[in-house]
Ligand binder design. Sequence first.
Ligand code: NAP
Length: 246
Amino acid sequence: MARIALVTGGIGGIGTSICTRLAQDGCRVVANHHPSEVDAADEWKKARAEEGYDIATFSADVSSFEDSTRMVKEITEQFGPVEVLINCAGITRDKTFRKMEAAQWQAVINVNLNSVFNVTRQVWEGMLERGFGRIINISSVNGQRGQFGQANYAAAKAGMHGVTMTLAQEGASKGVTVNTVSPGYVETAMTLAMDDDIRNGIISGIPMRRMAQPSDVSSAIAFLVSDQAAYITGANLPVNGGLFMH
Ligand code: NAP
């Protein structure tokens, strides 16, 4: 039977690649999107169908515990229990710390970090009881090394890996693995919109001299989801072209 895989932020740049790759690998994929993106999600679903993918879309603001509870309940009723969870929803609100407002701090912590609690909490007990689960938290190289103007984002992304290491210990004897994937710069709409000189400056600092393709990230995730990765838990896998090593 196909495993049910939920990808939060599933209609975004990296999320789309994760959804299609997991579908190729035989999962029944459910893509979460923000409630403000209902029309975009419909378009996205149609575009995936044209490519041959049957991917369900579910709306929820994952920064809300209540909305996450409702969404996972609906997914479970419609498809069955979530066995694979990819926490991918994320936002940035960059500002140097001296100019950062509380709202910018809180928004980034709520969406990037609190969402991991809000959604994972819904599926965790079931995974432990059934003796199988895969959870992957999409962090960032900037959670590992910090980044000028991103105190909020770096804090949230570093915090995600703290959750990963703890849940990895709590789930290890029950067949549930929990890992972090930390991409470097990925070629998505966000990075393609940068001025050429900024983009080229970033690329010249990457040992591989290119940004990641979304598929570089989704293939790492597909491996961690697979049975071949059953003994890997609590890891923080960099997908950054050599940008940061530790
Ligand atoms: P993206 O295209 O903006 O995708 C993020 C998705 O999350 C969007 O569809 C976004 O919807 C959704 N989202 C935001 N807030 C949400 C909420 N409260 N509830 C539900 N969904 C919400 O960005 P991406 O580049 O694919 O990034 C995906 C993940 O990878 C993020 O966690 C990001 O931090 C991480 N990452 C990205 C890069 C990179 O270079 N692109 C590098 C390292 C890590 P809206 O469009 O409505 O906001």
